[in-house]
Design a protein. Structure first.
Length: 401
């Protein structure tokens, strides 16, 4: 229940300082090691996989010293990869949680602890949803203030995560090699307007206005026309054109540039960092494939729009389109089936060790048209655009765990 809550009332347990959910995953993997043989499995060939917050747990497991030897392969789809929170940071940012769930801050430490441990699931979830915890994820940096930048999951703490993923190359006590797929979709942030109706852009003028507004938030209220123009230049902004048929349209441009800052570029950086460790082999995957026009704009409205490769599109395809597909369609478009086929084949080959051309030095793209899979030798997704963002002060604004 208290999966990733960091609070002094819980620190004294010594079990964890906030990574209880990660501890649960460790227990599950220990069970697998003890019992997999009873089901005909091989304890030396265990793969963990997760998407979004599940991908965060996968990266956490790949980092945690206590997880060494419990699995040898990992697949992290669209995880937050910019990690910098300690367990103290997580508590300081949200000190009111205790009183907000009805536990008196004036009570003794023991009574406060007992109160937290007695809470029901509904109360905890309801209060978490009231906060803007991570609400800036799918937008330009600081759109929801500093508290909206971080979920504060998988924090650095003494018991389970004594160091962060980017620190792995500096550790001398790691003995087991882990192979990891680190992936993201090209327009992760389309999820924000698709599900919640935020930042919906129908023309280039609206896109330019939103960019100016977000830059002012980031730059302390100042307007930077030069930087705005440079960004529009980098992302081939248009002042005219048919927004309904162009291959590059305002919504896709906005979702791509915010995804580059938040997910694509940070994933590239972590890939390079981890591959400098002899105990890590990281395979970079980038998914450009986007839905056909049968996808609706949100599960609440049903209006049809064109969407980029949004956050969760890869998982939707992997598990056979069970969640977002319109009920009025009996069959999934052939174009969308191609992503399911390519992604399942790719992940199966990774798990079974049939990697062929794919190596840590190469990136794989799953494209929006045939031939669906493309290898890039010694190159990473959006490499030049990432260099542009880093040169202009946007290096440390990835999704935070």
């Amino acid at each position: 229940l208290l999966g990733f809550l960091s609070a002094p009332e819980l620190w004294q347990d010594g079990e964890s300082y906030g990574n209880f959910g990660l501890g649960d995953a460790l227990v599950a993997l220990q069970w697998v090691q003890e019992n997999i043989g009873n089901f005909g499995g091989d304890r030396n060939r265990v793969t963990v996989m997760g998407e979004s917050s599940g991908g965060t747990i996968v990266v956490g497991l790949a980092t945690a010293p206590k997880a060494q030897g419990l699995f040898n392969k990992a697949i992290a789809l669209s995880p937050p990869v910019f990690w910098n929170s300690t367990y103290e940071d997580a508590h300081v940012r949200r000190p009111e949680f205790l009183s907000q769930v009805g536990c008196s801050s004036n009570a003794s430490m023991q009574d406060r602890r007992s109160c937290l441990k007695s809470l029901d699931v509904g109360t905890v979830i309801e209060e978490q949803l009231r906060e803007n915890r991570g609400w800036g994820y799918f937008d330009f940096p600081l759109s929801e203030g500093i508290l909206g930048e971080s979920m504060d999951y998988n924090v650095k703490e003494p018991t389970i995560l004594p160091y962060l993923p980017q620190d792995i190359p500096n550790q001398t006590d790691r003995t087991d090699t882990v192979q990891l797929i680190l992936s993201n979709t090209a327009q992760e942030n389309a999820y924000w307007e698709m599900i919640y109706g935020y930042n919906v852009l129908n023309n280039w003028t609206a896109a330019s206005s939103l960019l100016d507004q977000r830059l002012q938030n980031f730059l302390g209220g100042e307007k930077n026309t030069t930087l705005s123009n440079m960004i529009e230049d980098q992302y081939a902004w248009k002042t005219s054109g048919n927004d309904t048929i162009d291959a590059w349209w305002p919504q896709k441009a906005w979702d791509t540039l915010t995804t580059d800052i938040r997910a694509t570029c940070p994933a590239n950086t972590l890939t390079d960092t981890l591959n400098s460790s002899p105990q890590m082999q990281v395979f970079r995957l980038y998914i450009e494939h986007r839905p056909s026009d049968i996808m609706s704009n949100s599960m609440n409205q049903g209006e049809h729009r064109r969407w980029g490769s949004w956050h969760g599109w890869d998982t939707e395809a992997l598990f056979n389109f069970k969640y977002f597909r319109d009920s009025q369609y009996n069959e999934t478009a052939e174009h969308d089936v191609a992503l399911k086929t390519q992604l399942r084949t790719l992940l199966k080959n990774f798990v079974c060790g049939h990697m062929r051309e794919w190596a840590p030095q190469k990136s794989i793209y799953i494209r929006n048209n045939a031939p669906w899979v493309q290898f890039l030798n010694e190159s990473q997704p959006q490499q030049d655009l990432c260099r542009f963002w880093y040169n202009n002060g946007f290096k440390n604004w990835g999704w935070q765990n």
